[in-house]
Design a binder for this molecule. Structure first.
Ligand SMILES: [Zn+2]
Length: 480
């Protein structure tokens, strides 16, 4: 089956055909680094991580570019987010940028989000942005007004094609309708004149200033991915004006289509309202990780299709946690049983069940990366696995290995919710040996009816995050 994606540009699900067979060039709008990331960011970037992971899993060579906005993203008051934060914290803007860029990568690393191949920063690409703005002026799509440069939306009839907004319906892309020499309220800034107190400033052919927010994505995607590339992604709330402006700038400057496929991620909401810094209804990723494992947060994100919104609540997270625990219990049991599995044993016909699960999983992911259905496939497979593992006859080694591989490929490599078995490192082997030694001592104590001693071992292991589980076929442990 071929991969089909919902292309927002066409408003329909279409077959995905990359420009170069086997290769995917992909750009995703990254965060503005002026504060710690919250769960809304987690939804966007975990979703694209799942998409990139699946594309790579199916054999595509993906070049993934995701920018960091560190200049030019203004608040509704016209203030630069980063400058405002820098003033509040009595720090230089680049200290703020560095601090929150590190914080962002730290959060993403913990969530198991594979880092983009290139993470370009807007402030490091000022010459590229100036060059593109000059091209737009030369071609008559932009004009200079009092040290500012604006894109003339009336020069570009396609403006509005992604968000399907007609010019007359559009609210002003900027707070100031006519100030600063703007010809039309909808014209948007490519370059802004810097007032004396504005410390993020660069020389340009139009005077000292700084770039508008939208131009960075056009300039940086062109630099790293070319005029036309395969996939452009981002959060749905940036469709207008940001994404719309990107398309207009790039296509007008390059005389070439911009991105062939637009994939936009639905918002994370709290009681139906979008989680955002400005509303104040946000939970930082760092706080969420104090309560939930990264894999649980990912599982929660995958409970809705990436393009849909998902509502955050503690109940929803707890539900995801239960589902994830059920999967992991089967995975742990499989790995545990593999230690002493007989070469010949039960389950030789189980390969057909695994093949079917893999096929259903792939079909779901090929259908516009339908992670909720893919996840449900793993859950129903787990019902079958549990039946097999809890049967009277020991399961054979080859079958257990095949089960383990199915979970590791689909749940691990693609969804990133099943951690790999840590059998390879010497430290992990030593730790495993020590825990097993303690289990053996505890079992001896129990056989000798020294229950105080056996409870002590169990409780102290628990305090270290190691839970013992007594089953008819032996004592198992798991590390939480
Ligand atoms: Zn962007």
């Amino acid at each position: 089956m071929t991969l089909r994606v919902f292309n927002v540009l066409q408003r329909e699900k279409v077959e995905f055909v990359p420009i170069t067979p086997g290769k995917v060039n992909m750009y995703v709008c990254g965060p503005t680094v002026y504060d710690h990331a919250h769960l809304g960011h987690a939804k966007t970037y975990v979703s694209f991580d799942m998409i990139v992971r699946y594309l790579r899993f199916t054999g595509y060579d993906v070049l993934y570019v995701q920018n960091l906005t560190d200049v030019g993203h203004l608040l509704d008051t016209g203030e630069d987010r980063i400058l405002k934060k820098a003033r509040q914290a009595s720090a230089t803007p680049m200290q703020i940028v560095e601090m929150y860029a590190r914080s962002y990568f730290e959060d993403m690393d913990r969530l198991g989000v594979v880092r983009p191949d290139i993470s370009p920063r807007a402030s490091a690409h000022i010459p590229e942005q100036i060059e593109m703005i000059q091209t737009l002026i030369d071609k008559g799509h932009a004009y200079v007004a009092d040290g500012n440069v604006y894109f003339d939306v009336t020069s570009w009839p396609d403006y509005g094609k992604l968000s399907h907004r007609r010019l007359e319906e559009q609210e002003a892309g900027s707070r100031r309708l006519t100030g600063d020499g703007k010809r039309n309220p909808q014209d948007f800034a490519l370059w802004k004149r810097a007032e004396p107190e504005h410390i993020l400033r660069w020389n340009s052919p139009w005077g000292v200033g700084y770039p508008g927010w939208h131009i960075e994505c056009s300039a940086m995607s062109r630099k790293y991915l070319g005029n036309t590339f395969d996939i452009h992604g981002g959060g749905i709330d940036n469709i207008f004006p940001h994404n719309e402006c990107e398309i207009a700038q790039s296509e007008a400057a390059n005389d070439a289509p911009f991105a062939n496929y637009w994939l936009l991620v639905g918002s994370l909401t709290v009681n139906g309202e979008k989680m955002s810094k400005s509303v104040g209804n946000f939970v930082t990723i760092k706080d969420a990780l104090k309560k939930y494992r990264p894999e649980v947060i990912r599982t929660f994100v995958f409970q809705a299709h990436y393009s849909n919104p998902i509502d955050y609540s503690d109940e929803a997270l707890s539900g995801a946690e239960k589902g994830w625990e059920r999967l992991m219990t089967a995975v742990r049991l499989t790995r545990e049983k593999l230690r002493n599995a007989p070469d010949d044993g039960a389950g030789s016909s189980f390969q057909a069940v695994l093949d079917e699960a893999r096929q259903k999983f792939t079909e779901a992911m090929d259908d516009d990366f339908n992670a909720p259905v893919a996840l449900a496939t793993l859950q129903s497979l787990t019902g079958e696995v549990n039946k097999l593992l809890n049967g009277a006859e020991p399961v054979g080694k080859a079958t257990l290995e095949a089960i383990e591989k199915t979970y590791t490929d689909l749940g691990g490599q693609v969804l990133g919710i099943i951690p790999a078995a840590e059998v390879s490192s010497a430290n992990a082997q030593r730790e495993d040996g020590l825990i097993r030694l303690l289990i053996e001592l505890r079992n001896q104590a129990r056989a000798e009816k020294q229950y105080a001693r056996s409870d002590q071992i169990r409780n102290q292991l628990k305090a270290l995050g190691i839970t013992l589980e007594d089953r008819p076929d032996g004592t198992f442990y798991r590390i939480d």
